[in-house]
Design a protein around this ligand. Sequence first.
Ligand SMILES: [Zn+2]
Ligand SMILES: [Zn+2]
Length: 339
Amino acid sequence: MELLGAHVSSAGGTHNAPVRAKEIGATALQLFTKMANRWAERACEDEECAAFRTAMADTQVRATVSHDSYLINLASPDATLRARSIESFVSELRRCEALGIDFLVSHPGNFMDERTAGVQRNADAISEALQQVPGRTVLCMESTAGSGTAIGANFEELAELISLVDAGLRDRMGICVDSCHAYSAGYDLVNDFDGVIEQFDRTIGLGRLKVLHLNDSKTPFASRRDRHELIGEGSLGEQPFRRFMTDPRLAGVVKIIETPKGDDATAMDTLMLGRLRAYAAGLPVVLPEKKPAVLPAAKAKASSKPVATKKPSEKKKPAGRKPVKKKPAKKSPSPKRSR
Ligand SMILES: [Zn+2]
Ligand SMILES: [Zn+2]
């Protein structure tokens, strides 16, 4: 059964997320259960949970994912920040249980001082939180692009993180692989897709892979950067997504897009899901023409490598860009942080 959808907005309340998922024809959804860039916590009261379930019943959505707050750093060496992170993370888990969310996707922390100690702190915090909140939501640690001191850019480290969680809680642990992050972290999904999947299976085990974030990348291979691009239009290109959509080993894995939404999230997400379904069916897809890179000076300086295939900045509608069937007229980069 297809489990395909997008990160959808919960603006106006979590019960609006299923409505938006329905609008784009999704069979899975991801949402935030609070403002992801604020510390302020909230609980999901009965009324909200009932409204969410009612809205869900009116959709084809069969798998739900929540993404945790960006501020949480369970690996922090700072006792105050780590305690606050655990408290916030416990709240995330509680809201997931209340709403009946299947998977909570969480970014591993930043170790800040020393890697080994950081991974241990991260795992200890996870054990503490899972003990505090018994339930059925599976916690999926997300693969990262590996910038700065981020934990979890390689499969070995994710495996280590899980192995350090209390043995009795490990069956509540899964993994979310983000295609953009993995490619940026040096997993060559373009030239060695099978090798990457096999490496994951050897290191972690495909049984742990519960969620895929299907995002193309604005930055080149091994860039260690996290900049999502529309499916098929970035440095990964179409081929890896055709594989993700057809590989029988990944058939039961929930697939979520977190691609730029432009001015019309419904139209753009619908277009992206249509593209992925075409890949699943082995059909050709017409992509917009690629243009030579015209980087703004500041960005060009910040980039370590020339980005020959990068598209021009899309703040303005590129002149002469050919209209493509079903494609919304305009799009602009999302101001939000990448997930
Ligand atoms: Zn990302
Ligand atoms: Zn994420």
